[in-house]
Design a protein around this ligand. Sequence first.
Ligand code: MN
Length: 243
Amino acid sequence: MKVLFISDLHLCEQRPETIRAFFAFLSGPARDADALYILGDLFEYWAGDDDASPLISAVADALTALASHGVWLGFMHGNRDFLIGERFARRCGMTLLADPSLVKLDGQYVLLSHGDTLCTDDQAYQQYRDTVRNPQWIDQFLAQDLTTRKQFIDEIRNRSEQAKRDKMAEIMDVNPLAVDDLLRRHAYPTLIHGHTHRPARHLHQVDGRLCERWVLADWDDQAHYLVLQNGAISAHKLRAPPA
Ligand code: MN
């Protein structure tokens, strides 16, 4: 069994090299996997499933082709694309996953999360998250026309860039106690998450149990992915072909 994990691609028209890396990844290493888990922030932003840009269509077609090839696709929301709905997931052949999700792969328990809920030191962000993840807020937001929604998202992105510059580096990372608590509540699995853009393999000693925590890399001109095979996890990358 071979399972692949990715997150934080932040696909958008402004980063053509990342788009090329993604298509190279889908038609390359992803094709001989049994399953591919996309753990959030596949897109830089998501205004609603009715947004039909050429990029979105191309991504949907490439994911559909991979699913038709026999690769099981799981998608978990990130903070950038949490508005992706059932309609888009179905179109791509992906199963929507709750955050967190505990899965048994190759006989071992692996807990999957985007990772933003672990950044509890950033209280302003957690408050914002509570607001925009409220189903009522989402319904009201999606009831607006697409142009209005995109304007709102632009404002949020500008404000968030400014806020990130003002925040200390530490509060942008996961809180170690939040990690311990999550591992404890799920009986000490291996944890895989993204979001922080700090790729690493950490070891956590929780209640005398040793847990691995893998942090996925954000993408640039290279695809970054983790592979779970024969009970072991390893990190890989693939350079985008030239334009
Ligand atoms: Mn994120």
